[in-house]
Design a protein around this ligand. Structure first.
Ligand code: F6P
Length: 540
């Protein structure tokens, strides 16, 4: 078996020698995953068949199929925290999954789904009432990171499926402005709070929950009303109870559900309340269809595997530093942020599973935005910048909201962007174009380099019939598995996130210095900024 560093070296060498046609421009290369509705056109990738086969050979040599089976079987894949990453068990509504000790985890999953279902109909039928016997109208989801981004993104994406009897608001940042704007038009007797925190100790979430509870009291709620107005979704049931949450109002998640994979668990409660339990289950079914494709398909026709290999090719062999997510659907505006957390928190690592420094690049920077807004902003860099930025164009073929020929125009924009990235425009073509436009030869010669576009910039086009709960579930699951496969190739642990811990603990010391003015233990820059903050507070 090649090690990955040798594999990169050899591939880079043969990349220089290989003159084979990179873009297969004649026959479209479309992949799909059975029962998911997801199709991926990978034709616009600048990779030769030889290079692709080498990648397949490499992942075979490192036992990727066995790693996929280990993940699916609930083995301890998160070795720094001694945990499984069993998010697939959350989406399988039909069979039973067991943990490594043989305990039936599906039993707990199904029972929490039932509890969520009960809450949905109690609220929908106005059986669950706030104090003053008023029906609940507003939900405030309090959570951050994986306990916020996933449910919020899915709710935004599935706007056409909202029941509209409940309005869900999301409070994540520790920022008085976020709090004030969220609470502005709410009434305490018609508002339900859901504290979403796996650990039940995240500073932002707990402080926001404190502020919501204070607001609730200040607006007429009593301690005895907390039971009707505060729920918790957490792995830390003891802490939630100690916080004063009624045990019946606690929705458990388990340590084998990673934060960024928790949308499928009870962390999806705000989403389920928004779109209804049937649609929430349809989302799970869509994800499970992709899981089955991932578990069962051979590597060379496995969508998440192929996307992962293409990503690794550009990152490690070609040297791309970023990967761009470009959904051409207004409802998918929050998708780039969700995938950013999924990918960057998972694969932003620089040591291997064994704790040795990696000798190659790992997770790319993930960024993007909704089309075609980006075309009038950062797409310039995609077309003519010095960096090669592989893109995923994401496209529903049908819109939920037909208005004139808007959707045709949007789709044409999407297709022509990937086409322009691939084809580019040579300097000679640019010159001809300028002459045709009536420029003088001198002027055309001067302008041609500015109008020429290198091309050969790769992209995938991920398309499906319509954005439904099923297709959204499958789409997100596809990206989760892609991230997993890349983590396996890089030999890193995609399921921990120790990097975020340092900032969390330092922020406590900095806060203390800001309160006391004692900056002795701080570095010069931080001490200066702390005194600027203190001075500002003393000014009128
Ligand atoms: O800061 C990163 C993180 O640990 C995420 O992985 C997690 O989703 C988020 O914080 C929130 O954590 P919790 O659900 O425990 O409040």
């Amino acid at each position: 078996m090649d090690n990955f560093e040798d594999f990169i070296k050899n591939s880079r060498k043969s990349l220089d020698e290989n003159t084979e046609e990179k873009f297969n421009k004649k026959i479209p290369n479309i992949l799909n995953a059975k029962n998911t509705g997801i199709n991926v056109d990978i034709t616009k990738n600048s990779i030769s068949d030889i290079e692709f086969e080498k990648l397949i050979k490499f992942v075979n040599s490192i036992g990727l199929s066995e790693k996929i089976s280990e993940l699916a079987a609930g083995k301890e894949v998160n070795r720094t925290e001694h945990r499984a990453a069993n998010h697939m068990a959350l989406r399988d509504l039909e069979s039973i999954h067991y943990d490594e000790e043989g305990a039936n985890i599906s039993k707990d999953v199904f029972s929490v789904l039932k509890k969520m279902e009960k809450m949905c109909w109690q609220l929908n039928l106005n059986l669950w009432r706030g104090f003053n016997n008023k029906p609940i109208i507003d939900i405030v989801s309090i959570g951050i990171g994986g306990s916020h981004l996933g449910p919020k993104m899915a709710a935004d994406s599935l706007r056409p499926y909202w029941h509209d009897t409940l309005r869900c608001h999301y409070l994540s940042n520790i920022d008085g402005s976020n709090f004030t704007e969220t609470m502005r038009d709410l009434d305490a007797d018609t508002t339900l709070f859901i504290i979403q925190s796996k650990s039940f100790s995240t500073q932002e979430t707990i402080r926001n929950a404190d502020a919501c509870r204070e607001w609730f009291y200040a607006n007429g709620g009593q301690e005895s009303d907390i039971k009707r107005h505060f729920l918790a979704v957490t792995c830390n049931v003891e802490r939630a109870e100690a916080y004063g949450i009624d045990p019946d109002n606690i929705y458990p998640v388990w340590d084998w559900v990673g934060g960024r994979y928790s949308l499928w668990s009870a962390m999806g409660l705000p989403l389920a309340l928004t779109i209804g339990m049937e649609n929430f289950k349809a989302l799970l079914r869509g994800a499970w269809a992709m899981d089955q494709h991932f578990i069962e398909s051979p590597l060379d026709s496995n969508l998440p595997v192929i996307l992962a290999l293409l990503g690794v090719y550009y990152r490690n062999i070609v040297g791309a530093q970023t990967h761009v997510i470009l959904p051409y659907d207004h409802y998918l505006s929050a998708l780039p942020a969700h995938l950013q957390q999924l990918d960057m928190e998972s694969n932003g690592k620089s040591v291997t599973q064994e704790g040795n420094p990696v000798g190659y690049a790992t997770g790319p920077v993930i960024w993007g935005g909704v089309g075609s807004n980006g075309q009038h902003a950062y797409h310039q860099l995609l077309h003519q910048g010095t960096d090669l930025c592989p893109c995923d164009f994401i496209l529903p073929l049908k819109t939920h909201n037909p208005v004139d020929n808007f959707h045709s125009i949007l789709v044409a924009n999407c297709l022509s962007q990937s086409q322009a990235l691939m084809r580019g425009r040579s300097e000679a073509e640019a010159y001809e174009l300028l002459i045709d436009q009536g420029r003088s030869e001198v002027e055309a010669k001067r302008l041609a380099p500015h109008h020429s576009i290198p091309g050969n910039r790769p992209s995938n086009t991920i398309y499906f019939e319509k954005l439904t709960p099923e297709t959204l579930g499958a789409l997100i699951a596809m990206y989760e598995h892609k991230v997993f496969v890349q983590g396996v190739i890089w030999g890193i642990n995609s399921f921990d996130q120790w990097g975020v811990e340092l900032g969390k603990s330092l922020s406590k010391d900095v806060l203390k210095s800001m309160e006391t003015g004692d900056t002795d233990k701080l570095d010069a820059s931080t001490a200066h900024l702390v005194s600027m903050y203190r001075d500002a507070q003393n000014r009128a």
